[in-house]
Write a protein that binds this ligand. Structure first.
Ligand SMILES: [Zn+2]
Length: 87
């Protein structure tokens, strides 16, 4: 199997993991605080860090290293989305 195909096969699993981790954060009491409608803070479940999640009209962004590295939805963004969908 080529390197590229292996990478492609890995991708959905990574996305699922972030989504699952996001759900886990949503279920963690006190992990998510709403600051404004477009501004949330999410406490990390693996460290003492707190990340800031903000939205423009269409996109959520996060201040964590994972978001900075991949420039795509991280577990915190998923967490905020789940949190909002529960309301
Ligand atoms: Zn994040």
């Amino acid at each position: 199997m080529s390197f590229l195909i292996r990478q492609l096969l890995k991708m959905p699993r990574q996305l699922v993991n972030r989504e699952e981790l996001g759900k886990l954060i949503t279920k963690t009491s006190g992990a998510i605080s709403m600051i404004t409608e477009s501004h949330y803070s999410v406490r990390s479940i693996s460290s003492n860090n707190t990340y800031v999640i903000t939205t423009t009209k269409s996109e959520w962004t996060c201040s964590c290293p994972d978001y900075a590295r991949h420039n795509s939805r991280c577990k915190h963004v998923y967490a905020v989305e789940f949190y909002r969908s529960l309301k």
